[in-house]
Write a protein that binds this ligand. Structure first.
Ligand SMILES: NC(=O)c1ccc[n+]([C@@H]2O[C@H](COP(=O)([O-])OP(=O)(O)OC[C@H]3O[C@@H](n4cnc5c(N)ncnc54)[C@H](OP(=O)(O)O)[C@@H]3O)[C@@H](O)[C@H]2O)c1
Length: 317
């Protein structure tokens, strides 16, 4: 089978398409024929080496959607020809930028018939991160006000829809070209993140929950706009250092700050099954901006970091 692999860490140019043996599923594993693999910023962190994969050479890619080609001996609920999607690969298991991928049954769920492979392939990291952040960490409740920074991103656009599905009042920030689309996805108010009055405007809403994907940029902002006792969930940063310039102001708000990694999710199939239900009902729609071939994986990884788009980029083997 053909699989993208990096044999050493480095830039996008270290990605090769290799011909390798198709793996055999172990007892609790499924061999999935990949129809679509989501491209995520984290794929680039493993490739360049700031996050360490368990082995080299490594195939990148956490997310996938496809069809079960072969099931191991102990895979209750799954059999050959099932439509499936999932995430959590590309770190301690070979990833999904390949014609086939081996998936343990705790990282997979059935893909509803009315959901395309593109949407399923793009859902994993983005939607599970949104779920863990808003539901598991923040405990977001109906009618609470929730602020999602960067609503047009992979995580952001999933989080806007998930927050709306819980019945929360959803605020988000994005570049102006995406405002209308985000309102269509359930945002009650959308603000330009470059607006110089952003803190004042958002502060009037006093969000109870904040999803922050750029902690180095927004921690002070979060503390300034947050409601007393708010929950802030941090999922990302652009430089490793982040902190408050005004710690007493943050302390006075009795904030609870949660820092998380999706890869720590104990049983990924649990949120994946719920997300499948939301996708089936049309309450979660994963937007696909563009697809790339295996040979174009380096270009896809460059684009995910450098380009602006709404939703997700995919690899389609
Ligand atoms: N901890 C975890 O488990 C976890 C999981 C998933 C992702 N992450 C991290 O979360 C971050 C986002 O991931 P993603 O997949 O959603 O990436 P993405 O699809 O590239 O989205 C990034 C978003 O950030 C927006 N943005 C750029 N500059 C901004 C600014 N100054 N203020 C507010 N928004 C800004 C972009 O909007 P424009 O295009 O309009 O500029 C874009 O919508 C990444 O750092 C990623 O590594 C962490």
């Amino acid at each position: 089978m053909r699989a993208v692999r990096y044999h050493d860490h480095g830039g996008p140019e270290v990605l090769d398409v290799d011909d390798i043996d198709r793996p055999e599923p172990g007892g609790h594993e499924l061999l999935v024929r990949v129809e679509a693999a989501g491209v995520n910023p984290v794929d680039t962190y493993f490739r360049e080496g700031s996050f360490q994969p368990s082995q080299l050479p490594m195939t990148p890619g956490s997310d996938f959607a496809g069809i079960v080609e072969e099931a191991g001996d102990w895979t209750p609920g799954f059999e050959a020809d099932d439509r499936v999607f999932g995430t959590g690969l590309g770190r301690d298991h070979q990833g999904s930028y390949a014609e086939y991928v081996l998936v343990p049954t705790d990282r997979i769920a059935h893909l509803p018939e009315n959901v395309g492979f593109g949407a399923g392939g793009g859902a994993g990291v983005a939607a599970v991160t949104a779920w863990r952040a808003l539901i598991d960490h923040a405990g977001l409740e109906p009618a609470e006000t929730c602020l999602i920074h960067g609503g047009s991103g992979g995580v952001g656009h999933a989080a806007v829809q998930l927050a709306a599905a819980t019945g929360a009042d959803v605020l988000t920030t994005a570049s102006p070209e995406y405002h209308e689309a985000l309102e269509g996805l359930g945002a009650d108010a959308v603000f330009d993140y470059a607006d110089e009055n952003l803190e004042e405007v958002v502060g009037e809403y006093e969000p109870a929950v904040i999803l922050d994907h750029r902690l180095d940029e927004y921690l002070d902002f979060d503390a300034a706009v947050a409601q007393q006792g708010a929950r802030i969930v941090g999922i990302g940063n652009t430089v490793p250092e982040a902190g408050w310039e005004n710690v007493p102001a943050a302390r006075a708000k009795e904030l609870r700050v949660h820092l998380m990694s999706m890869f720590n999710t104990p049983d990924l199939s649990r949120p994946l099954e719920r997300l499948a239900t939301l996708m089936e009902r049309g309450e979660l729609s994963i937007r696909v901006e563009r697809s790339y071939s295996l040979e174009e994986a380096g270009e896809a990884q460059r684009a995910v970091l450098e380009e602006s788009f709404l939703g997700k980029l995919l690899i389609e083997p």
